[in-house]
Design a protein around this ligand. Structure first.
Ligand SMILES: Cc1cc2nc3c(=O)[nH]c(=O)nc-3n(C[C@H](O)[C@H](O)[C@H](O)COP(=O)(O)O)c2cc1C
Length: 206
């Protein structure tokens, strides 16, 4: 399959680039084709006109190229650091240039931060954005806490717990067949028919 990996930090001393390279390596190692959208390399100006507001084939490079790459991909992996409990502006800027082009591409979020929470608060905001862009995210996150301790400066993985997590974190059609869904009653049925409520003589909530 073909995936876009999108990363939005443009800081000189950015650390998330290590996580982005790690994900590229992980997905290529599983035989996937990767297109890397790096906000720092792309140097998109702050959004003025969306891609669709240009006449056909008149959008500046690299928007034309990116639109074509988005249309051709099967899914998108977002690598987001946490700035003020939200996503990085470079990532937001990159995403917002497009709308319909993103539609129908499932997404997955890899989040990170310098602190212990691994950027999960940014991931929550990013999820809402992805839903609006028609690229809903899979339920699992891959959070990386204290990113400065997880990779060496050259990107070498130091904390092997991340590798274990990454091995569990799959976004593939095969997984539907490999991981059977456990049989469960829908939550409401469990609530009404639970033994503890029956013992109280009433099956209705107060
Ligand atoms: C403007 C700014 C805001 C930040 N806000 C948060 C925050 O809300 N929570 C957090 O855990 N870390 C925060 N950090 C620390 C970042 O998680 C950490 O610097 C991370 O390495 C940023 O990603 P980058 O290095 O790829 O740019 C912030 C950093 C910056 C520069």
């Amino acid at each position: 399959m073909k995936f876009i990996i999108a990363y939005g930090s443009v800081r000189t001393d950015r650390l998330g680039i290590r996580a982005a390279h790690y994900m590229i390596h992980q997905l290529e190692g599983r035989g996937h084709e990767i297109i890397f959208f790096d906000a720092k390399e792309l140097q998109l100006p702050l959004l003025d006109k969306m891609y669709k507001e240009y006449e056909q084939c008149q959008a500046p490079e690299p928007l034309e190229r990116m639109a074509e790459q988005i249309r051709s991909c099967d899914g998108v992996v977002l690598v987001t650091g946490e700035y003020n409990h939200s996503l990085q502006p470079g990532l937001a800027n990159m995403l917002y240039y497009f709308l319909e082009e993103w539609f129908w591409r499932p997404s997955a979020i890899v989040c990170y931060s310098a602190g212990r929470f691994g950027g999960v608060r940014a991931a929550v905001h990013l999820r809402a954005v992805l839903a609006e862009l028609g690229m809903p995210s899979i339920p699992s996150l891959l959070p990386i806490g204290k990113i400065q301790t997880v990779f060496e400066a050259d990107g070498t993985l130091l904390d092997m717990r991340l590798q274990k997590q990454a091995d569990l974190y799959r976004m593939s059609r095969e997984q539907r067949h490999e991981d059977p869904i456990p049989e469960r009653k829908p939550p409401l049925l469990r609530f009404f028919s639970g033994p503890e409520r029956g013992a109280q003589g009433s099956s209705l909530p107060e």
